[in-house]
Design a protein. Structure first.
Length: 152
């Protein structure tokens, strides 16, 4: 899995994009690495672009494994929220366009019980949910040109 990301300080916005087959281990390593940067930059808005992410296997045929991995993912995020991001109000938008990433986002949000986590299938919805200014209306272009690649 490739992880691309960029912080837009003027809006306290982080965009990260997951490309290829999802790896729980790489995600956890990335989040641990990004925690310091996240806290230092007062990030309050996050876009998680899942449009180019795939999940190993077939969720309908391997539902136990699939659900266990979602649970691990949610637990890793809960740990970060309760410790490193404690007291920070962050609005998070999962950008999805296919059934499996949509299910991943829905199950993840449900397990965290976060009212400020959303899944969105359009740029317009993300702009609305995150209350972004007009300069951010072309999110496709921003996401396609993120400056950094996580090498962990």
């Amino acid at each position: 899995m490739e992880i691309r990301y960029q912080i837009f300080e003027d809006e306290n916005l982080l965009i990260h994009r997951f490309i290829g087959e999802f790896s729980l281990e790489k995600y956890i390593s990335y989040m641990k690495n990004m925690t310091e940067s996240f806290v230092a930059n007062s990030i309050s808005k996050v876009i998680v672009d899942l449009r180019n992410m795939s999940v190993k296997g077939n969720p309908t045929k391997e539902s136990d494994t699939f659900l266990k991995n979602i649970e691990k993912l949610a637990n890793a995020r809960k740990h970060l929220d309760e410790n490193d991001f404690k007291g920070k109000e962050v609005t998070l938008a999962f950008w999805v366009d296919k059934p499996v990433p949509t299910v991943v986002a829905q199950l993840f949000i449900k397990r965290l019980s976060k009212s400020n986590y959303f899944y969105c299938s359009t740029e317009e919805k993300i702009v609305t949910v995150l209350d972004l200014p007009a300069a951010y209306k072309n999110l496709n272009q921003l996401s396609d040109n993120l400056e950094h690649v996580f090498e962990g």
